[in-house]
Design a protein around this ligand. Structure first.
Ligand code: UFG
Length: 330
């Protein structure tokens, strides 16, 4: 049985590709290469360049071999962009997910794993945040993902589709073997931005707000190593294959680091001071977001092994250096 990975040329999706190939699984990838990079993928990834909103392409791919699962990473992920272009985000993340889900149902693919996000919670009242907390997104990005969760829930009831929606917290780091990492040129994520600053690709970086009600005044996030996140996907795949019940699962470690702590970790990894300036708060940033991820451990059997900020940061930095060398070669 094969696994279909959408967005498999993207940051997280490409790590999934390597994980499944390492485990001897057969896979195919659909990616429109709008932000993904084809050159990180080996030929066994069976990359089909195309869009998950393309019904006839989906039918063609889904009948090309026997799939028992879809892992759906393709989508847009920049929160401020979603505020500027909500309809674009609802098209890309919600409408196209519906098309993909309908194709999975039509072609008899029983299991569906979905990249959801902590953004579905908005600004939760209690921390750490459990899956039971009210889902009240504050951005079209969060809403676009939550609507997809709802479609999965209803399709599970009506059509017997089984799903796991994984709510990612702050994903960072890169493949230990240096095969892939965060390659998006316009990335806005803190660890990527700090690594780019360290390597001189940015003159300086900004700290968005130092006046939050946190111990050092900067925002706190639950940074999870991308390889542990991929572990959760693999566990979810096995769980669904064994007939596990559908559900939503937080993916984080249950502890947080501040922006200043992350910057210090990057400075330590690069043995160099970063050029940092203070900037106003960024709209929509909650002061603290930390996961309660007991459900993933107890239900999926998830056992993360890389809960270490220094390790996360140094793998991200190694990848950024590799990317720089790659881009310099043209
Ligand atoms: N930050 C800076 N300077 C930067 C970049 C980020 O100070 O140059 C700060 C942000 O203000 C925030 C923290 O670093 O306080 C983390 O910011 P990121 O952009 O790395 O990540 P977010 O927490 O904003 O976003 C993440 C995911 C989103 C998801 C969101 C849900 O990347 O996809 O969590 O809470 F929607």
């Amino acid at each position: 049985m094969a696994v279909l990975i959408t967005g498999g040329a993207g940051y997280i999706g490409s790590h999934m590709v390597f994980e499944l190939l390492d485990r001897g699984e057969e896979i195919a990838v659909i990616d429109n290469l709008s932000t993904g990079v084809w050159w990180v993928l080996p030929p066994e990834a069976n990359l089909v360049e195309g869009d998950v909103g393309d019904d006839s392409l989906l039918d063609k791919v889904m009948t090309s071999r026997t799939f028992d699962a879809v892992i759906h990473f393709a989508g847009s992920i920049v929160v401020p962009d979603s505020v500027a272009d909500p309809l674009g985000y609802y098209l890309n993340n919600t409408v196209k997910s519906r098309t993909l889900m309908a194709a999975a149902v039509r072609n008899g693919i029983p299991n569906f794993i979905f990249s959801s996000t902590a953004a579905v919670y908005g600004e939760p009242k209690t921390m750490p945040v459990t899956e039971e907390a009210a889902a009240q997104p504050v951005s079209p990005y969060g809403t676009s993902k939550l609507m997809t969760e709802w479609m999965l829930r209803d399709s599970a009831k009506a059509h017997g589709l089984r799903y796991a929606a994984l709510r990612y917290f702050n994903v960072a780091g890169a493949d230990e073997r240096g095969r892939t990492g965060q390659s998006t040129p316009r990335a806005t994520h803190l660890i990527k931005v700090a690594c780019q600053t360290l390597l001189g690709q940015r003159r300086q970086m900004e700290i968005f707000g130092r006046d939050y009600d946190t111990p050092d005044g900067t925002c706190i996030r639950d940074y999870i190593h991308v390889s542990d996140l991929i572990g959760a996907h693999f566990d979810a795949l096995q769980y669904l294959r064994q007939g596990g019940e559908s559900g939503v699962f937080n993916c984080g470690y249950g502890r947080g680091y501040s922006v200043l702590q992350v910057i210090k970790a990057v400075e330590k990894a690069g043995a160099k001071k970063l050029a940092v300036i203070d900037a106003p708060r960024r709209a929509g940033d909650p002061p603290v977001i930390v996961a309660e991820a007991e459900r993933a451990r107890s239900v999926l059997g998830w056992r993360p092994t890389r809960d270490n900020l220094d390790e996360i940061v140094s793998s991200a930095l190694r990848w950024e250096e590799k990317l720089l060398r790659h881009n310099a070669k043209g």
